[in-house]
Design a protein around this ligand. Structure first.
Ligand code: BGC
Length: 751
C-alpha cells in the first residue's frame, strides 16, 4: 500500500530530522559497548549527527552549559533565571533540582517550549544516599565489602531516579593521604588499590546494568585529577608531585572508574603541575581520551573554569573558556563562561567548531542512551517516587552497610559486647543528635528519619542520657557533673564524641585533628569514675586521639553512619553483629605525622628507635596510632605462613598465594584477609608494601579456610625508571595478614 507523504514529513526530511526522529526505538540504547557509551557506528551516533546538523552554534553551547537551580546550591550562584535559559536552549542540564514535580516541570519546558526539544539531564550530589542515607563513603570503605558498597550505590540510584534524577556527582575517587583535608570523608581513603575497587563498585551500583533501566543513573567520577593531594591538606590548594607518584598512586582510581564505564567525569579545582585541571589538556585529552579512550563527557567542577583567572593562567574569563574548550572540557558547571563567550571564541577561530561539535555529540549521545528522547519523563514517575524511597528494604540495606562500616579499634577487658539489660550511661553531644549523624553531603536525607545512638541502645538496655557538653565544639563544661553522676550510677558508659558533620567534606580542612571543644576533657572525667568507658567516635576523617586510645576501655570508630546509625551501633555494641571493619586510612598519633600512610618507602636511613640519624621524629615514634587495614573483632584470627605455588616464576606468569586463616576465638566472625607486595630491588625506589588483593571471609568459631589469591604481572608492575609501566625481574616479598602492620611473608623471584 502506498502511503501519502505529507508536506510536514517532507519538511522534516529536508531538515535532516529523519534519522533523529525515525529511529526512536527504545531498544537502541541497549546495544552497548562495555562502558555503556555507544560506539561510533551505532544508530545513536547517526541520530546525534542528524540532530547536531540542526543546531545553531548557540544551541550547541547551550548543551555544554550546566546550571544549578536555586535549590541547595553548593557555591555562589552566578546565573539567575534558569527557566529562561532552558526555554531559549541556552542550558541543557541542571543540578540541584530533584523531586518528580520539579523536574517534570523543567523538563516540560525543555521538550515543549524549545526549538529543538532536546531533553534536560538532572544532576545532584548523591554521595551516600538520596533519602535513605548510608554511611559516608570513607565509612563504607572501612567495610572492604564491594558487594555491600555496590548495593549502597544501587539503592541511592533507585531512590534518586524515582525522584527525577539521572546523574549523580559521584563517586569521588580522589586518593586521600592527608586527614586535614576534609573531603577524605567522601572518598575511599588512602590506598590506590582499595580505591580502584571501591570506585568501580560505586560506578556499577549507580549505573546499574544498562541505561535502558529507569533506575540507572549516570555516574560522574571526580575530581579529576589529584584533588586529594592539596599541599598541607588545605582545601583548594595547589597539587604538585612527580609524574611518577601521580601515575603510581593518584591516577589509577580515575582510570579504574572510567574503565568500569562511568559516563561522565568532573575536573578538579586544583592545578596539577602548574596547569589548573579545568584547562589541562594533558589530563583531559592526552590521558583521559587518548590513553584511556574515555567516551563520555567531561564537566567542570563548580565555577572551576572561572577560577582559572585566579589561578593566574588566563587573563579573563573568555580566555578561560578557550583554554577549557581546547583542553577538552565538554560542559561548564555554573560558570556561564561557555554561555557568554564560547560562540564568539569559535567565530574568532580561537576554538575550533569541531571541538564544540565533539563535546555536544558526547553529551547528546548520553541523553539518547538514557532514553530521554524516547521518554523525557522517564524519571518522573510519581508512583515510583511514592513507593521506592526510604523503604523498609532500603533502611535494612543501610543498616547492614552501617554495621559493616564500624571499626573496633580497642576492646580491653572485653568491655564489648555490652550485656543486654545493662544500665548504660549514654553521654556525649553526638549520642542523640539526628542532624549530625546523617553526615555531610547527605542528599535529600532528613534528620528526622535518623535513628540516634541513644534510640538504638534503648532497645536493649536501661539508658540514662546526659549530653555532658551540649555541642561538639563549645567550651561549656557545666554539664560535666551530671554526666559523671550518670556514669557513676551505671554499669558502663557509652560516650559519643567527634566532629560536626560540616567539619568534614568540602571546604572543611582542619589544622588540628584532635577532638574539638571540651569533648576529650569530658571523656577524661568519665574515665576517672573507674567505670568501663566505651568511646564511640563519629567523624569524617582520621582523628588524632592518643589519650583516648590509651585510656578508654573500648574505642569504636563509627564515622557518620547515616539514617540507621543507632540500630547499626546497637547491633555491634550488643554483639548481635560482630564488627569486621578495617581502617581505609591511617590514624596518626598527632597532626605532626601527617601526611601518614602505610605504603611509604624505606628511605636510605630507615627508622631505628636507637639511632638518632634515621628517618624519624624526636618526639614521637613513626608508627601511627592505628594503621591502615587495622580493625578488631569479638573473635580472633590466626594466619598460617603464606604459601606460593612457585618460588621462582617467569615474567608474565601468574602466581598463586594461599594462606590458612583460622577463627581462633569463641564467636563466628568475618575477617578481611589482605595481600601486600614489595619489590625488593627496583629501577626506582618502591614502597615497603602495597595492597594488591583482599578477601572478606566468614568463619565459625574454630573453623579455618584456605584463602587463595592470584597475583598477576600487573600487580607487580609500576612506572619504571624510563616511565614505562611494567614489572622488573628480581625478588619480591608477598605478605598476607589482617592489617598492614601485621603480616606474614614469603619471598619469590621473577626470573
Ligand atoms: C564540589 C563537587 C560537587 C559540585 C556540585 C562542588 O563544590 O566540589 O564535588 O559535585 O560542587 O555540587
Amino acid at each position: 500500500m502506498k502511503r501519502n507523504i505529507t508536506p510536514f514529513v517532507l519538511l522534516l526530511i529536508s531538515l535532516g530530522l529523519s534519522s533523529f526522529l525515525c529511529t526512536r526505538s527504545p531498544m537502541v540504547q541497549m546495544e552497548k559497548s562495555p562502558n555503556m557509551v555507544a560506539s561510533t557506528d551505532s544508530p545513536i551516533d547517526k541520530r546525534v549527527d542528524s540532530l547536531l546538523r540542526l543546531m545553531t552554534l548557540e544551541e550547541k553551547v547551550g548543551q555544554m552549559t550546566l546550571y544549578t537551580t536555586d535549590w541547595g546550591a553548593t557555591g555562589p550562584t552566578i546565573r539567575e533565571g534558569y527557566t529562561k535559559d532552558i526555554r531559549s536552549g541556552a542550558c541543557g542540564a541542571l543540578f540541584n533540582s530533584h523531586t518528580v514535580k520539579f523536574t517534570r516541570e523543567l523538563q516540560r519546558i525543555a521538550v515543549e517550549e524549545t526549538r529543538l526539544k532536546i531533553p534536560l539531564i538532572f544532576g545532584y550530589d548523591v554521595i551516600h544516599g538520596y533519602k535513605t542515607i548510608f554511611p559516608i563513603p570513607l565509612g563504607e570503605a572501612a567495610s572492604w565489602d564491594l558487594t555491600a558498597i555496590e548495593r549502597s550505590a544501587r539503592v541511592a540510584a533507585i531512590e534518586s531516579t524515582a525522584a527525577g534524577l539521572n546523574w549523580t556527582f559521584a563517586p569521588m575517587v580522589d586518593v586521600g593521604r592527608d586527614p586535614r583535608w576534609g573531603r577524605v570523608m567522601e572518598g575511599a581513603g588512602e590506598d590506590t588499590y582499595l580505591g580502584c575497587r571501591i570506585g568501580e563498585a560505586r560506578v556499577r551500583g549507580f549505573q546499574g546494568k544498562s541505561f535502558a533501566q529507569n533506575d540507572a543513573m549516570m555516574a560522574c567520577v571526580k575530581h579529576y585529577a589529584g584533588y586529594g593531594a592539596p599541599i598541607a591538606g588545605r582545601e583548594y590548594n595547589s597539587v604538585d608531585m612527580s609524574e611518577r607518584y601521580f601515575r603510581d598512586y593518584y591516577l589509577p582510581t580515575y582510570e579504574a572508574a572510567v574503565k568500569a564505564g562511568a559516563a561522565t567525569i568532573m575536573t578538579s579545582f586544583n592545578d596539577y603541575d602548574g596547569v589548573p585541571a579545568s584547562g589541562n589538556k594533558y589530563l583531559l585529552t592526552d590521558i583521559l581520551r587518548k590513553e584511556w579512550n574515555f567516551q563520555g563527557f567531561v564537566v567542570t567542577d563548580y565555577t572551576s573554569m572561572n577560577e582559572m583567572v585566579n589561578h593566574g593562567v588566563v587573563a579573563n574569563e573568555k580566555e578561560a573558556g578557550e583554554l577549557s574548550a581546547n583542553a577538552g572540557v565538554d560542559m561548564d558547571m555554573q560558570g556561564a563562561i561557555y554561555q557568554k563567550f564560547l560562540a564568539q571564541s569559535v567565530k574568532e577561530g580561537k576554538v575550533p567548531l569541531a571541538q564544540v561539535d565533539e563535546a555536544v555529540k558526547r553529551i547528546l549521545r548520553l541523553k539518547f542512551e538514557l532514553g530521554l528522547f524516547e521518554n523525557p519523563y522517564k524519571y518522573c514517575d510519581e508512583q515510583r517516587e511514592k513507593t521506592q524511597i526510604l523503604t523498609k528494604a532500603h533502611r535494612d540495606d543501610a543498616r547492614d552497610m552501617a554495621r559493616k562500616s564500624i571499626v573496633l579499634l580497642k576492646n580491653d577487658q572485653n568491655a564489648l559486647p555490652l550485656r543486654k539489660g545493662a544500665k548504660i550511661a549514654v553521654i556525649g553531644p553526638l549520642a542523640d543528635n539526628q542532624s549530625e549523624l546523617i553526615g555531610n553531603w547527605s542528599g535529600a536525607g532528613e534528620a528526622k528519619d535518623c535513628i540516634t545512638l541513644l534510640t538504638g541502645l534503648k532497645t536493649n538496655a536501661t539508658c540514662q542520657y546526659v549530653a555532658g557538653c551540649a555541642t561538639v565544639d563549645g567550651m561549656d563544661k557545666s554539664g560535666f557533673a551530671a554526666a559523671v553522676a550518670a556514669a557513676k550510677a551505671a554499669d558502663v558508659v557509652v560516650v559519643a564524641v567527634g566532629e560536626k558533620a560540616m567539619m568534614s567534606g568540602e571546604a572543611a580542612a582542619r589544622a588540628e585533628l584532635t577532638l574539638p571543644g571540651v569533648q576529650q576533657e569530658l571523656v577524661e572525667e568519665l574515665v576517672k569514675t573507674g567505670k568501663p568507658v566505651v568511646v564511640v567516635l563519629m567523624n569524617g576523617r582520621p582523628l588524632a586521639i592518643p589519650w583516648i586510645a590509651e585510656n578508654a576501655t573500648a574505642v569504636v570508630e563509627a564515622w557518620w553512619l547515616g539514617t540507621e546509625t543507632g540500630n547499626a551501633l546497637a547491633d555491634v555494641l550488643f554483639g548481635d553483629y560482630n564488627p569486621a571493619g578495617k581502617l581505609p586510612m591511617t590514624f596518626p598519633r598527632s597532626v605532626g605525622q601527617v601526611p601518614i600512610f602505610y605504603n611509604e618507602k624505606n628511605t636510605g636511613r630507615p627508622y631505628d628507635p636507637n639511632s638518632k640519624w634515621t628517618s624519624k621524629y624526636l618526639d614521637l615514634p613513626n608508627s601511627p596510632q592505628y594503621p591502615f587495614g587495622f580493625g578488631l573483632s569479638y573473635t580472633t584470627f590466626g594466619y598460617s605462613e603464606p604459601q606460593v605455588n612457585k618460588t621462582t616464576f617467569k615474567k608474565g606468569e601468574d602466581l598463586q598465594v594461599t594462606v590458612n586463616v583460622t577463627n581462633t576465638g569463641k564467636r563466628a566472625g568475618e575477617e578481611v584477609v589482605q595481600l601486600y607486595v614489595r619489590d625488593l630491588v627496583g629501577s626506582v625506589t618502591r614502597p615497603l608494601k602495597e595492597l594488591k588483593g583482599f578477601q572478606k571471609i566468614m568463619l565459625q568459631a574454630g573453623a579455618f579456610q584456605v584463602v587463595t589469591f592470584q597475583l598477576t604481572d600487573k600487580d607487580l608492575s609500576f612506572y619504571r625508571r624510563d616511565m614505562t609501566f611494567g614489572s622488573e625481574l628480581g625478588e619480591f616479598e608477598i605478605m598476607v595478614g589482617g592489617s598492614s602492620d601485621n603480616v606474614k611473608k614469603v619471598k619469590v623471584t621473577m626470573q
